[in-house]
Design a protein around this ligand. Structure first.
Ligand code: APR
Ligand code: PHB
Length: 393
């Protein structure tokens, strides 16, 4: 087998990359080790920045997103039982975010790739990368039990945090990492969202978040221990904790419903530098992880592959490698700003187990500042809706 760009992983990074390359007339093959159904049923991120929405719409995969996505013009920060709205439209010159699940984004992208005759292979096994420091890298894998070799010009390492691409180049990487002393217990509930917009709540028992996937589906989170045993959390206990942490003195009520899915994830910030080695380029979760508090993971994956697709197009059209050589530097500029924002939102809203009374007073002052100062609120808003996409220089 032979293609121009071999892409490992059919998550948001891999599929958006394949889609953008196709629009530039560049051929790719996507190799994914899970089934299509598994990828599309996994409950993952759900908030799209304005720039992500624009990119999907402008490249022809935004039709259902425009129809079904829930456009939000702000979020609420809730503390001391009171809500404080951050008005994105007003603070950012009209920008918004859109609620549309990662699974829906993946369905739309997979449909578009397959309809255009794209090659996306699910359930391939034993994927490995070779010769990526030479001109003809190779990807080996098994498909329906048969060993295959894909020769390509470039490899897109879009295989997420637990993939094989980052380990393959680990010798040349520097890792920057921070683990948080808490985790995130999330549920998906068949209940209409109790609020039109997302609510981020700081409470003395810990952080809670009310989000959603549709007018019928709520997505809710509570701060937990990093290794919290989900079996200790029957649904009633989760709802009780959500009621406590989201409580309001303003007559608001939390609507309950059957819990369809629940799980605990650890929280970390993680970046590797550089995001490339020879002809292998890492993108998305393969190169960096953010804690979920700022809803940035999917958006960052999309902004990486946008840079990569532009650089590959420049190479194939002009024979010029400059943008490819600058790929990591261009991406990391945004990655670190998004890391900073995600760390800041997480630190402002979570209860640290070792927090002193001083730390807690300071945290309340920060929330008060962000919600009462226009400058403070604007800083949050411009990062939340998404910083402008980097233009390679
Ligand atoms: N071979 C083939 N595919 C693999 C391999 C492998 N060895 N290892 C992992 N994959 C696949 C995974 O099954 C997954 O479908 O790579 C894909 C990576 O997708 P994501 O983990 O979704 O990562 P990414 O595309 O970078 O998107 C980042 O995903 O983690 C969420 O919420 C996060 O929204 C963010 C987004
Ligand atoms: C989600 O809906 O899954 C979500 C929303 C906002 C966040 C994190 C997760 O900050």
């Amino acid at each position: 087998m032979r293609t121009q760009v071999g892409i490992i992983g059919a998550g948001p990074a891999g599929l958006v990359l394949s889609h953008l390359l196709h629009l530039q007339g560049i051929e790719s093959v996507v190799l994914e080790n899970r089934s299509r159904q598994y990828c599309e049923e996994r409950v993952r991120a759900g908030v799209l920045e304005q720039g992500t929405v624009d990119l999907l719409c402008q490249t022809g995969v935004g039709e259902r997103l425009k129809r079904e996505g829930l456009v939000h013009g702000g979020i609420e920060l809730r503390f001391g039982g009171k809500g404080h709205r951050i008005d994105f439209r007003e603070l950012t010159g009209g920008k918004t975010i859109t609620i549309y699940g990662q699974s829906e984004v993946l369905k739309d992208l997979t449909d578009a790739r397959l309809a255009a005759g794209g090659q996306v292979y699910f359930e391939v096994e034993d994927v490995s990368v070779h010769d990526f420091d030479r001109t003809k890298p190779k990807i080996r894998f098994r498909k329906a039990g048969k060993v295959e070799e894909l020769t390509c010009d470039f490899i897109g390492g879009c295989d997420g945090f637990h993939g094989i691409c980052r380990p393959a180049i680990s010798k040349s990487l520097t890792v920057y990492e921070r683990e948080y002393p808490f985790g995130c217990l999330g549920i998906l509930a068949e209940a209409p969202p109790s609020s039109e917009e997302l609510i981020y709540a700081y409470h003395e028992r810990g952080f809670a978040l009310l989000s959603m996937r549709s007018p019928q589906l709520s997505r809710l989170y509570i701060q937990s221990a990093p290794d919290e045993d989900i079996h200790q959390w029957p649904d009633e206990r989760i709802w009780k904790e959500l009621h406590t942490r989201l409580e309001s003195t303003e007559g608001w009520r939390l609507i309950e419903g059957p819990v369809m899915q629940k799980g605990v994830t650890g929280m970390r910030s993680f970046v590797v530098e550089p995001m490339q080695s020879g002809n292998l380029f890492l993108a998305g979760d393969a190169a960096h992880i953010v804690p979920p508090t700022g809803a940035k993971g999917l958006n960052l994956a999309v902004s990486d592959v946008r840079v990569l697709a532009l650089a590959l197009a420049e190479f194939y059209k002009q024979g010029n490698r400059d943008l490819l050589n600058q790929y990591s530097e261009t991406c990391l500029n945004r990655v670190w700003k998004v890391q900073r924002f995600s760390w800041w939102m997480t630190s402002m809203l979570h209860l640290f187990p070792d927090a002193s009374p001083f730390d807690q007073k300071r945290q309340m002052a920060e929330l008060d500042y962000v919600t009462s100062s226009r400058a403070g609120a604007q800083t949050l808003a411009e990062n939340y809706v998404g910083l402008p996409m980097d233009q390679p220089t």
